[in-house]
Design a binder for this molecule. Structure first.
Ligand code: ADP
Length: 535
């Protein structure tokens, strides 16, 4: 679209053929948006819970991902519709803030949209619906706080934390190893946690994976594992009491960086140049030795000649180590990253009790283990598995488990899982609806139905009759005034989630309700959609 003026200075608009817009207004706009949001939620609904299905996604370049992590499914679905993108964003926000509950939040938003559609059809104004939802979400938020319990654990008694991580892992593909993985996750988080300040820096936990072996071989290393090997095959494979120079500057003969011209017209000149280059590098190696370094880890590469010289001078080196890894190595070994070679000094060296190279399988893939570090706060979880897909999914599942443990250290309130918290909130919201005389009470009542969507989906995905199961559990909660009754997805024989040890963190659940309500309110307030006509 362009604005132009005719010869009399009168403005007119030029509309090009391709730029024709379609426009949806009022109720039509809301209905179209709701349909798009619901479509996304429907895809994720079957992935919820311990018996949830997995999705297989293929990227344009043929990579296959199998997962049931909501955020990953949506991320890779490559949706085109703007409202569907909002749902993707919703799942991502939950992932950023909390780290898990990414499927649940979308299922909840989908149910909110479904109920909103019914209310709009009954002639209730979208703003009243949005306001009703807001009130109801606050009621549910406060109710969660009331039914939450404090969760006691300490550095010596990690079992409760392990149990909670196991709940998270039980809905993932890796659930056959959930106990081992949960223990690894908890130990990793405790290794980097500051329990006094209730702070956990997950950046200090490096998650590395290598195809091969079994999932059971996954291990926690109190140190750093780098997917690199010594730069020369005959360098030592094991260095004890290593003093490590961590370089982000080139470690090779000096090379002019900008445009330059060197005239070499005689053999002598060439030889002099070569000798000088070698001498320069030799001095660098000597400097490393003088300050006491027994290992050089460098961000840059060095050529074969330099490599050979290092071998001769007996100075093991590792090249092409990524920036993030260098930082972790520096933190773990208490060393300082050296950006200018001249600044290398003995107090900047990192210290590690043991640096060893480990090879795997018949392909002799090698990795470098830096262990017994001066500062053991940085750790690595090293995942093994049959194929790349499995390793990637284990990484995602472990991320969820790490986030659960971190959130519990930050705030140790929990609510029970299996939809029990949602059912309890649903009852509370339903009761509260009666106290609101305005039109909003319809929206509040709908919100109670929305909260039932999670237990309904859990029951459906576990092959139970959804409505029968939900009504039975709800009746039991009311009768026994017990907010811990949920859906017995794994057919354990009891639906008391406290007995099943199925916890979720309070902040995670509260965040789900808040985020889903916010997004749905935003969608309801859109009454005009202008988009290109070919859309
Ligand atoms: P999300 O990506 O939202 O975390 P999940 O697929 O991990 O979704 O499923 C989480 C849901 O499964 C939660 O509502 C949780 O309460 C429920 N859940 C997990 N473990 C169990 C269990 N053992 N029994 C019943 N429900 C469970």
């Amino acid at each position: 679209m362009a604005l132009a003026f005719d010869e009399f200075g009168r403005p007119f608009i030029i509309l090009r053929e391709q730029e024709k817009k379609t426009r949806l207004r009022g109720l039509d706009a809301q209905k179209a948006n709701i349909a798009a949001g619901k479509a996304v939620a429907r895809i994720l609904r079957t992935s919820l819970g311990p018996k949830g299905m997995d999705k297989m996604l293929q990227s344009p370049d043929g990579d296959v991902t199998i997962t049931n992590d909501g955020a990953t499914i949506l991320e890779q679905m490559d949706v085109d519709n703007q409202i569907a993108k909002l749902m993707v964003e919703l799942s991502r926000s939950q992932d950023y803030e909390i780290g898990y509950g990414t499927t649940g939040v979308v299922v909840m938003a989908g149910a909110l949209l479904e109920q909103a559609e019914k209310l709009l059809e009954r002639g209730i104004h979208p703003i009243r619906v949005a306001e009703g939802y807001e009130m109801a979400s606050r009621i549910a938020f406060d109710h969660l706080e009331r039914i939450s319990q404090k969760f006691e654990f300490s550095g010596d008694n990690i079992e409760p934390l392990v149990q909670t991580c196991m709940t998270t892992l039980s809905s993932k593909i890796v659930n056959r190893c959930k106990r081992a993985l949960a223990e690894i996750a908890v130990k990793a988080v405790l290794a980097v946690a500051d329990l006094e300040r209730k702070d956990v820096n997950l950046d200090l936990i490096k998650v590395e994976g290598k195809v091969g072996g079994k999932l059971e071989d996954t291990e926690l290393i109190y140190g750093i594992v780098v997917d690199k090997d010594m730069s020369y095959p005959q360098m030592p494979k094991r260095i004890e009491d290593a003093k490590i120079a961590i370089l982000t500057c080139p470690f090779e003969p000096l090379k002019p960086k900008t445009k330059h011209k060197v005239d070499i017209d005689t053999v002598e000149k060439f030889q002099t140049l070569r000798e000088q280059e070698q001498k320069y590098f030799d001095e660098m190696v000597q400097k490393c030795k003088d300050v006491g370094a027994t290992l050089v880890i460098c961000q840059w590469g060095f050529d074969d000649e330099a490599n050979h010289l290092l071998m001769h001078r007996n100075l093991p080196a590792v090249r092409w180590v990524g920036g993030v890894e260098l930082e972790l190595i520096a933190i773990a070994t208490g060393g300082r990253i050296v950006p200018r070679f001249q600044e290398l000094s003995s107090e900047k060296l990192g210290k590690a009790g043991l640096v060893r190279e480990k090879s795997f399988g018949t392909t002799k893939d090698r990795m470098l283990y830096i262990e017994k570090c001066a500062n053991s706060r940085a750790v690595t979880i090293f995942i093994r598995g049959g194929n790349k897909m499995m390793i990637e999914e284990t990484k995602r599942s472990l991320h969820d488990a790490l986030c659960v443990a971190r959130n519990l250290i930050r705030n140790n309130s929990i609510v029970y899982g299996g939809g029990s918290a949602e059912i309890s909130c649903s009852i509370a919201v339903e009761t509260a609806a009666d106290r609101h005389p305005g039109v909003e009470q319809y929206a509040i009542r709908s919100f109670a139905d929305v909260l039932d969507a999670v237990p309904l989906a859990l029951a459906e995905n576990s092959g139970l009759p959804p409505i029968d199961t939900l009504t039975a559990v709800k009746a039991q909660q009311v009768k026994e005034s017990n907010p811990h009754c949920g859906i017995d997805c794994n057919d354990v024989g009891t639906n008391d989630m406290k007995e099943q040890n199925a916890f979720e963190t309070l902040i995670g659940k509260q965040q789900q309700i808040l985020l889903a309500t916010q997004v749905v309110k935003m969608i309801l307030k859109i009454d005009d959609v202008i988009s290109p006509s070919d859309y």
